[in-house]
Design a protein around this ligand. Sequence first.
Ligand SMILES: *[C@@H]1O[C@H](CO)[C@@H](O)[C@H](O)[C@H]1NC(C)=O
Ligand SMILES: *[C@@H]1O[C@H](CO)[C@@H](O)[C@H](O)[C@H]1NC(C)=O
Ligand SMILES: *[C@@H]1O[C@H](CO)[C@@H](O)[C@H](O)[C@H]1NC(C)=O
Ligand SMILES: *[C@@H]1O[C@H](CO)[C@@H](O)[C@H](O)[C@H]1NC(C)=O
Length: 225
Amino acid sequence: MATQTWLLLGCCIFFISAEAATLQNKVTDNPADQLVAALNSNRTAHKSSTLYSNPGLACVALQYVKAYQGDCDEVGGPNAKKPAEGEFAETFAPNCGVEVKTLGPITGRLLGCETKYVKPDEAFSGILMKNSKSLEILYSKNHTEVGAAVSGSDGGSPYFWCVLFSNGTSNSSFVLEGGVAKISRPGCFSGANDQCNGANALFKIPILVSVAVGALIFSLSSLGV
Ligand SMILES: *[C@@H]1O[C@H](CO)[C@@H](O)[C@H](O)[C@H]1NC(C)=O
Ligand SMILES: *[C@@H]1O[C@H](CO)[C@@H](O)[C@H](O)[C@H]1NC(C)=O
Ligand SMILES: *[C@@H]1O[C@H](CO)[C@@H](O)[C@H](O)[C@H]1NC(C)=O
Ligand SMILES: *[C@@H]1O[C@H](CO)[C@@H](O)[C@H](O)[C@H]1NC(C)=O
């Protein structure tokens, strides 16, 4: 067979296996789920309980960071701001399809913002665990559930990482209307079993995808198709 045919075949196999890998990684291919996994394994190692990963709470965490409208300076330091308490019922819950009457108490939050994207475990230890206060929040016995979110502003830098903790009951707090979370992009949140990889959900230019498509078009045209 001609070299081009082999190339095309190889290309097809690559795409098919990439697709299969994507399906297999459905649950874990999401930086917010990976952040919850890192957090829970750290809690377990510290003999704290594993927290329930609540998708409604996590979606609220994504709305919470979106309220900063990409302004990193408002996250920490002298200009630090916090969304108003009323926003939870007025904006965050409706945007997520969370039944307002099921909003539970927030027992802790961890929030960080960086211009550079890092892996979830690095975001956990390097961005969110800044000081002893963060450790105290992490290991608190008050929490029963957790929700995490990561969002780029307008699909690019800076990147916001947010973890909200609650002491609500897993099946009766942050309940989603119809049982499904409203997926909103850009940004990823935990607990919803949705795939949310960096390339299509967080970054403006999906470089890998365009290179792959470019390569396919190139190999097709070199075959004279
Ligand atoms: C848990 O996280 C803290 C903060 O990053 C770190 O100091 C500690 O070593 C971690 N513990 C484990 C068991 O990974
Ligand atoms: C746990 O909750 C109690 C009562 O709401 C509060 O006084 C305490 O500071 C909380 N502990 C932590 C580590 O947040
Ligand atoms: C949950 O936390 C809130 C605020 O810290 C507290 O007032 C409430 O008593 C807690 N509820 C339970 C069930 O622990
Ligand atoms: C919620 O969970 C509790 C304890 O696991 C259970 O007793 C209760 O029936 C559940 N409620 C619903 C509405 O599923």
